[in-house]
Design a protein around this ligand. Structure first.
Ligand code: G4P
Length: 532
């Protein structure tokens, strides 16, 4: 293993930061992304990201989805530079595009940024995404947005985060007023005051150093709000836990920043703290051992597959996260699941606005690999011993529908289409042990719409849906064969096989699930399942 302090590989790794944003729709993810890219010089003007989003939600017919996929793919990994750092921002699609991909992207990042709308506090989608972050103890930095509007009291927001998300909050900046009385933020660790001004497109101005809060300059600048700030700071210095890098890196404490993304206020401080504190590409667990990014041998895994990026070619792109070693164009790697050597000739790297061929890439980077159906989510490629990375799960779907085939002669095509779409992670497919129909499961409703349209377009199958009285799915585990057989016998009507032949329990509600779990203490009901 080579981990020389100054080797070129080490230097490349140490300047990389790979992260995703978690938030509820409308909290300001698009706006913040745009500002981050602006600082990184990756876009020239504000509005570039935003206008894409507006197009995206304009219509919801199939053409729009198709177009949207082209667009959302180029924006699904954004690489930009800031100071001496190489940053990869992975988009976690939100809103109605919410799907398993949203969750799975979080398995490929090293840290996350959480945006909270100051008027709303913690919202449902953030809670769900946080659950996924917790599976890997992902470090989280928090940005409380929209301070230019009246919202909840800052202390109440912190309490809300601590209670709903079970993570300790430690403010690193503190807001002075809000809404019309919003004066700016005080940076607690740099002891600097930043006065609010709406600078939509420029970099932030230098802060004003105020070492001692009793400095009369504070009164000059803030008037009657100076004393409010002094009281607040005294209160939080007594009550809030001090920032500890180690706790942040373990995912148990989140440093909190306040600002207004649309006004570009507080964003640069967030970004500065991010590059200084957020983890460099971290080691990854494989079945056999932990893989360090500093190992010379190349390795990585596929966390997302996207079909038909280019409508002219019906190929798919596999999004591959590099975990160790250096990637060079034309490199030969072993595709372990199928046991074959493959040459990665034309990988793509995703810049903020376009895609370019990649000559070299390093741990933390995401490359796109063209794929004609041989690559699956969870696949590992290496130049070393066979490895199987863990922690790339499938998530239990929350919505279900039964598929109805309009022309029974197309059963074979339907089966082929569904299996391929399931492999891609576009939708989950279940075959009940009793009966011959297909039940589809999805994390987000839009996945159903896309599946029907793609079955028609790509497999020439006309299908429709029927309501099915299922609301919960769990993958079944049990070491005791006798127990399992008895359970199967009893619950036959509620059991199905998924696309990878894993036994799955499908039922109406959490309540019913709880009841059956109580009756069957030897059976394990899993909410996530690792890819085979
Ligand atoms: P999302 O990607 O998380 O869904 O959120 P997005 O950035 O699209 O922001 C949602 C709305 O919140 C937008 O308004 C955006 O302008 C607004 N917003 C973002 N940051 C701030 C902020 O710091 N202060 C205030 N006051 N508003 C903010 P919209 O009306 O939905 O869109 P638009 O008409 O402004 O484009």
């Amino acid at each position: 293993m080579s981990h020389e302090k100054n080797s070129p590989l080490t230097r490349e790794i140490n300047k990389r930061r790979t992260f995703g944003i978690i938030s509820h729709p409308d909290a300001g993810k698009t706006t913040l992304t745009e500002k981050l890219l602006l600082f990184g010089g990756a876009i020239q003007q504000a509005g570039a990201v935003k206008s894409r989003k507006t197009d995206r939600h304009a219509t919801s017919d199939w053409m729009a989805i198709e177009q949207e996929r082209g667009i959302s793919v180029t924006s699904s990994v954004m690489k930009f530079n800031y100071r001496d750092f190489d940053i990869n921002l992975l988009d976690t699609p939100g809103h109605k595009d919410f799907s398993e991909d949203t969750y799975r992207v979080l398995t490929a990042v090293d840290s996350a940024m959480m945006i909270i709308d100051s008027a709303k506090g913690v919202e449902t989608q953030t809670e769900k995404l946080m659950e996924v972050c917790r599976m890997r103890n992902t470090p989280i930095m928090t940005f409380i947005n929209k301070l230019d509007r009246d919202g909840m009291e800052p202390l109440d927001i912190l309490a809300d985060i601590e209670e709903k998300l079970q993570i300790e909050c430690t403010p690193l900046t503190w807001p002075i007023g809000m809404g019309k009385r919003f004066k700016g933020v005080y940076n607690l660790y740099k002891k600097e005051l930043h006065l609010f001004s709406a600078e939509k497109e420029t970099l932030a101005k230098e802060g004003i150093r105020i070492q001692d809060l009793s400095d009369p300059k504070l009164d000059e600048l803030l008037g009657s709000q100076a004393d409010d700030l002094r009281d607040d700071i005294e209160l939080i210095e007594g009550a809030a836990d001090p920032f500890e890098l180690d706790l942040y890196l373990k995912g148990t404490q989140t440093p909190v920043f306040f600002g207004s993304a649309i006004n570009n206020f507080g964003v640069q401080e967030l970004l500065d703290a991010f590059v200084e504190m957020a983890p460099t590409p971290i080691g990854r667990k494989a079945m056999s051992r932990e893989v360090s990014p500093y190992e010379e041998g190349f390795s990585g895994f596929v966390f997302k597959i996207q079909a038909n990026m280019d409508p002219a070619h019906r190929d798919r792109i596999a999004f591959f996260r590099i975990c160790s070693g250096k990637f060079t164009r034309g490199m030969k790697v072993k595709h372990h699941r199928i046991g074959k050597d493959i040459t990665i000739a034309n990988a793509t790297i995703f810049m903020a606005q376009d895609r370019t061929h990649v000559e070299e890439a390093y741990p933390g980077d995401i490359i796109g690999i063209h794929n004609h159906g041989t690559i699956k989510i969870g696949d590992t490629f290496t130049t070393k011993e066979p490895l199987k990375f863990t922690g790339i799960p499938s998530f239990a779907p929350e919505h279900f529908k039964r598929v109805l085939l309009k022309n029974p002669l197309k059963t074979k095509q339907l089966q082929k289409g569904l299996m391929q779409l399931a492999e891609e992670g576009a939708v989950q497919v279940f075959r009940p042990l009793r009966g011959s129909d297909y039940i589809l499961g999805a994390v987000g409703e839009l996945q159903f719409e896309v599946t029907i349209a793609r079955l028609k377009n790509e497999y020439n199958v006309d299908a429709a849906y029927e309501h099915v009285n299922i609301g919960v799915a769990r993958w079944i585990g049990c070491d005791d064969k006798k127990c399992l057989d008895a359970f199967k016998e009893n619950q036959m009507a509620s059991l199905a096989m998924d696309a990878e032949e894993h036994l799955t329990y499908l039922t109406t509600s959490e309540w019913q699930l709880g009841f059956v779990m109580e009756q069957n203490p030897d059976i394990v009901f899993n909410k996530t399942r690792e890819y085979a």
